[in-house]
Design a binder for this molecule. Structure first.
Ligand code: UT7
Length: 377
């Protein structure tokens, strides 16, 4: 049987009109524009208006993606909506989105924290690769501001609302997701949590009194996890694709903190300008963050057909999800050809990288201690 691939055939985004700047937040909590910019890279974020719902934002992004691909909603075989902020606890927002779009297909909501959309991209891709479906719409939509305590300076400066989507279509050319890794480490489940909105602690008067219906985050714990995971997972998935970090044209990391991205770039020994960032405009839009960055990278001409892109998301769970994607059609990796100068060159560089990586990993605890020591001064 001919091998099938899942091409990224269309993309779309929706960001609410309302802008909340660092200076606006200075008037709400004890913070400063300087602290937020230097510690996170964020300058402003979008917050839903009264006209925006999770479903309406998902539909706007999904419709744009379908238009770009020249497809009608009735062409779609499956809709996946990744989110942590659906319109209602029940029903899944995916069914509202399917109905509002006018699609006639299955739809489900996917929850994997900020990693949800990348999880969805992998699931959608494999639904197509298996031959089950030809066209899958993968949306990430987040009104995360509903779960933010705007009296808590440790979280309210970080998050914003947005939606973004891609449509995947079956292709016989090598394209789309070439390699992936889906990860979860539930031992840190409480590092990023809304304590009182699920079945463990149903809503009650104490939820309101203790403000436990909002996101609580141990930022340092998540920061450490993310700084470790970004470079390590990217290395594994790039290797799995038969590529080297140098072969990646653009990295699209989760937009949670510019310092996490810079640390990842250093550990991968890649220039930081190969890492796309729009965190200054939107903050952390949770599951919409990676697809929104991808759509804007395409709009700005930073990502085009033929390019190889590596994307990584991480967040509540704690979860992470990493992919290497071929945009359009490109050259197959030299790792897959049997005997050639290109393959020998690839193998030599891969071995050198592995040696440097193992030295780097053994020095990492020393480096982390040194950075921590400097910070305390
Ligand atoms: O998508 C979900 C994934 N989430 C993340 O990836 C978040 C990862 N974590 C982070 O990005 C960072 O840990 C934060 C941005 C959340 C915090 O930055 P940090 O450099 O780790 O700061 P910190 O938590 O170590 O706090 C340093 C100081 C503290 O004061 P003391 O104890 O040193 O006196 C905080 O109380 O900064 C204080 N602080 C603030 N000051 C002004 C915390 N938030 C603020 C604020 N404005 N908004």
């Amino acid at each position: 049987m001919q091998e099938r691939y899942a091409k990224i055939a269309g993309w779309g985004k929706y960001v609410p009109e309302k802008i909340l700047t660092n200076h606006d937040l200075e008037k709400m909590v004890d913070t400063s524009d300087e602290w937020i910019r230097t510690r996170t890279g964020i300058q402003e974020r979008r917050i839903r208006t009264e006209n925006d719902t999770n479903s309406s934002m998902a539909v706007a992004a999904g419709r744009q993606a379908l238009e770009k691909a020249g497809l009608a909603p009735t062409d779609v075989d499956l809709i996946i909506v990744a989110t942590s902020s659906p319109d209602y606890l029940l029903p899944p927002v995916s069914s509202q989105v399917q109905h509002m779009l006018g699609a006639k297909c299955g739809a489900f909501q996917l929850g994997a924290g900020c990693s949800g959309w990348v999880y969805g991209l992998v699931v959608g891709t494999n639904m197509i690769r298996s031959g089950a479906y030809d066209t899958v719409l993968v949306i990430g939509s987040e009104i995360i501001s509903f779960a933010i305590d705007y009296t808590d300076r440790t979280t309210c400066v970080l998050f914003g609302d947005a939606a973004a989507a891609v449509v995947l279509t079956a292709s016989e050319e090598p394209t789309g997701v070439l390699a992936f890794e889906l990860g979860s480490d539930g031992s840190d489940y409480d590092a990023l949590i809304v304590p009182d909105a699920g079945s463990s602690n149903p809503l009650s008067q104490s939820t309101i009194d203790n403000r436990n219906g909002y996101i609580k985050m141990d930022g340092r714990r998540v920061f450490k996890f993310a700084s470790r995971t970004v470079a390590q997972s990217l290395k594994r998935v790039i290797d799995q694709a038969g590529l080297l970090p140098d072969d990646i044209d653009l990295f699209i990391p989760h937009q949670a903190n510019a310092r996490i991205v810079e640390a990842g770039a250093r550990l991968l020994r890649q220039p930081v300008d190969k890492f796309y960032m729009n965190i200054h405009k939107y903050g952390n839009t949770s599951t919409a963050s990676v697809p929104l960055a991808m759509v804007e990278a395409i709009e700005e001409g930073r990502l085009k057909d033929g390019d190889k892109v590596a994307m990584i998301a991480f967040g509540a769970g704690l979860t992470w999800a990493t992919v290497v994607v071929q945009m359009g059609v490109g050259e197959i990796s030299p790792a897959h050809s049997l005997f050639s100068a290109a393959r020998l060159n690839y193998l030599a560089k891969r071995t050198t990288n592995k040696v440097i990586d193992s030295v780097q990993m053994s020095l990492l605890p020393l480096y982390t201690w040194f950075v921590g020591r400097n910070k305390k001064k």
